[in-house]
Design a protein around this ligand. Structure first.
Ligand code: HH2
Length: 289
C-alpha cells in the first residue's frame, strides 16, 4: 500500500483547544534515579527544564514526564508520595515555559491529578486504566487525552509474564477491550491513544512480532503510540554503540510511521523528528508523477 495511504495525518485535540498533529514525536523526560536510559539525569528541576526545552527545540511535539521507572530488571515500584515529590517540582518548572503539551506517565490517579493541575493534558497510563480505579473518572472529567498501553504484571515484574500464543492478536484484543472500557467510563473516543507496550512483558521476539503486526493494531481505529527508543531489543539487534542504538531506534520509528503509527516516544527527538519529516515528504510525493 502506498505510504500516503498508511501514514497517519490525523490530529489530537487537547482540553485547551490546541492540537497535536500526527505523526508526532513524544520526548521522554524521566524524573527518576533508575530509568534504564536516562535515570538520574533530570532529577534537578532546572536540568529537567533545560532538557525539555532542548527536546522541544529538536522537534518534540509532546513532553512525557515520568516519576517511576519500569525497566525490565531492577525497577522498584514507588509510593504516591515519592512519585509526587519527583514530578511536581519539574511540572511546576515546565508550566508556562513549554509551547508543546505535557503528558504525565503514571498509573496513579493522584499523580495524574497533580500533573493536570500543573498543566498536563495527556495521561500516559502504562496500565491502561487498570492500576487505579480513580484514573478513568479523572480522565473523563478532565477531558485529557489518554494513552492506554498493554502490559502484563506491574512495572517491576512484567518480564515474568512474557508468554503468548499469538502476541499480536492478544495485544490487539486487550487494547480493543480497554478502549471499550474507557469509552464506557465517559472518555471520548477521539481522546484515546493505544500503545502495544514495546518491552513490557515482551521478549525481543515478541517486540519484533508486534512491530511487524502494527497494521493490525492501527486497524483498531485509534491513534497508536510506539515506544521503542533505546530499548534492549534494539541494542541486541542493531548493536551496542551510541550510533547503533540511535540508528536502530530510527529504523523502528520509520517502519512504525510507515505502518500508520501516530506518535513515536523517544529519548532523542532530533533524529525522530527527521524520520517524521522524511516520512511525510515521501507520503506527499507518493502517487505524483
Ligand atoms: N516505555 C517506557 C515508559 N513509559 N509509556 C508508553 N506509553 N509506552 C512505552 O513504550 C513506554 C512508556 C519505558 O521507557 P523509559 O521511560 O525510558 O524507561 P523507564 O521505564 O526505565 O523510566
Amino acid at each position: 500500500m502506498p505510504l500516503s495511504r498508511t501514514i497517519s495525518f490525523s490530529s489530537l485535540r487537547l482540553p485547551d483547544g490546541s492540537s497535536v498533529r500526527f505523526p508526532a514525536v513524544m520526548g521522554v523526560l524521566n524524573v527518576t534515579p533508575d530509568s534504564f536510559s536516562d535515570g538520574g539525569c533530570y532529577l534537578d528541576p532546572d536540568s529537567a527544564l533545560e532538557h525539555a526545552l532542548e527536546m522541544e527545540a529538536a522537534g518534540a511535539a509532546i513532553i512525557d514526564v515520568g516519576g517511576e521507572s519500569s525497566r525490565p530488571s531492577g525497577a522498584t515500584e514507588v509510593s504516591v508520595e515519592v512519585e509526587l515529590r519527583r514530578v511536581e517540582p519539574v511540572l511546576e518548572r515546565l508550566q508556562g515555559r513549554l509551547r508543546v503539551p505535557i503528558s504525565i506517565d503514571t498509573r496513579k490517579a493522584s499523580v495524574a491529578r497533580a500533573a493536570i493541575e500543573r498543566g498536563a493534558m495527556i495521561i500516559n497510563d502504562t496500565s491502561a486504566l487498570e492500576a487505579d480505579p480513580g484514573m478513568a473518572e479523572l480522565a473523563a472529567k478532565s477531558k485529557c487525552a489518554v494513552v492506554l498501553m498493554h502490559m502484563k504484571g506491574g512495572p517491576a515484574d512484567h518480564i515474568k509474564f512474557a508468554r503468548y500464543r499469538d502476541v499480536v492478536g492478544e495485544v490487539a484484543r486487550y487494547l480493543k477491550a480497554r478502549s471499550q472500557f474507557a469509552i464506557k467510563a465517559g472518555i471520548a473516543r477521539s481522546r484515546i491513544i493505544l500503545d502495544p507496550g514495546i518491552g513490557f512483558a515482551k521478549t525481543a521476539e515478541h517486540n519484533l512480532k508486534i512491530l511487524g503486526g502494527l497494521p493490525k493494531i492501527c486497524a483498531l481505529g485509534y491513534p497508536v503510540l510506539v515506544g521503542a527508543s533505546r530499548k534492549s531489543f534494539v541494542r541486541r539487534i542493531a548493536g551496542e554503540s551510541e550510533a547503533d542504538i540511535l540508528f536502530g531506534t530510527a529504523a523502528v520509528n520509520a517502519l512504525a510511521i510507515a505502518a500508520g503509527v501516530s506518535i513515536i516516544r523517544v529519548h532523542d527527538p532530533g533524529p525522530a523528528a527527521a524520520v517524521v519529516r522524511m516520512g511525510k515528504a515521501i507520503a506527499a510525493m507518493t502517487g505524483r508523477a
